[in-house]
Design a protein around this ligand. Structure first.
Ligand SMILES: Nc1ncnc2c1ncn2[C@@H]1O[C@H](COP(=O)(O)OP(=O)(O)O)[C@@H](O)[C@H]1O
Ligand SMILES: [Mg+2]
Length: 317
């Protein structure tokens, strides 16, 4: 359950501006992946490309044998039924209460009776912890609740792939922790493929099975969480550990003088790899791997103190 997304050689420009080139990665079925990157690196453009809203000039996006980047509109319409999407702004209809907002895709795309619609909406409202708020208008609730409602709506057609754009933008750290826990709990229950776009390093370190980093018009790296969190590659290391020493400057890349001035500075040691967030039920997710497994299998010594229960979410704490 959940389906794989195989991206190969993807390149997107707007006019003369290249957004990213030659992006190649396979997002594994049923796993939780995070795409990280500084603002403006084309994370949202990447998500929109995956559902065919934006057409890259080169490369392919294979989902169940269909190439999203080149298939006709009719096939795209079918393949889109596999997706649930939570856009950055939540995209709620302001004049509709939460119930009607969540029910909207069911009323548009299915012939279900109103009592079936009610059952499905209430089931999804329950999944995201919003039972009791059905009659509220989007403007009457907090940003965190709006994201949950957007998530409930993304779930009503039982997606195989869930795309989520910056769920943590505008949320305080506590609300962010709650929504992160919700993703892990949801993944355990529905087993869909999750792709979460964010620039939040804390979430990236603790939530996903896999991490990708978009930086400077290309995909710097994509792979298992432990691979990126133990990586010595300067850009990956600097970004995932929120360090100032490294190739990334205040505005994109540092210039030659800045790098020269830094060349004798040592990068600080890698912080411990925190434990991955687990479902609150205590029952492991189908794709959850034991802590340290990737490091062991690949002969990588994790930084001291990794995978101790006290290190969960430790960075910046
Ligand atoms: N429809 C569009 N037309 C032209 N430029 C666009 C369009 N959508 C996004 N861009 C540009 O692409 C770049 C990446 O945008 P975006 O994907 O929103 O970044 P991110 O989500 O990583 O912050 C930005 O420079 C933005 O201005
Ligand atoms: Mg964005």
């Amino acid at each position: 359950m959940g389906v794989e997304i195989k991206v190969d050689g993807l390149t997107k420009s707007f006019g003369k501006q290249v957004i990213w080139r030659d992006v190649t990665l396979t997002i594994p079925a049923g796993e939780v992946s995070v795409m990280l990157g500084p603002s403006g690196t084309g994370k949202s453009v990447f998500l929109k490309s995956l559902i065919g809203l934006i057409k890259p000039e080169q490369g392919s996006i294979l989902i169940e044998g269909t190439d999203i980047a080149s298939c006709p509109e009719r096939e795209l319409y079918e393949i889109r039924k596999l997706f649930g999407v939570l856009f950055q702004d939540g995209a709620m209809f302001g004049s509709m209460n939460l119930f009607d907002n969540v029910a909207f895709p069911l009323r548009e795309h299915t012939k279900k009776s109103e009592s079936e619609v009610r059952n499905i909406v209430m089931e999804k409202m329950d999944l995201v912890g919003l039972v009791g708020a059905e009659d509220k208008l989007p403007g009457e609730i907090s940003g965190g609740m709006r994201k949950r409602a957007g998530l409930a709506r993304a779930l009503v057609l039982d997606p195989e792939i869930l795309l989520i754009d910056e769920p943590d933008s505008g949320l305080d750290p506590v609300r962010t922790s709650f929504i992160n826990q919700l993703f892990i709990d949801l993944n355990a229950q529905i087993d869909a493929t999750f792709l979460i776009v964010t620039h939040d390093i804390n979430s990236t370190r603790t939530v996903p099975d896999n991490i990708g980093l978009l930086y400077h018009k290309h995909l710097a790296m994509f792979g298992p969480r432990e691979m990126l969190l133990s990586s010595e590659e300067p850009v990956v290391r600097q970004f995932l550990n929120a360090q100032t020493v490294g190739p990334i400057g205040m505005s994109e890349e540092k210039d030659a003088d800045e790098l020269e001035a830094e060349k004798d500075l040592e990068m600080p040691p890698l912080p411990p790899i925190p434990l991955q967030l687990e479902p609150s039920s205590g029952i492991p997710r189908r794709h959850q791997r034991p802590p340290g497994e990737w490091c062991k299998e690949n002969g990588v010594t994790p930084p001291p103190g990794s995978f101790e229960s006290t290190t969960a979410g430790a960075i910046g704490a």
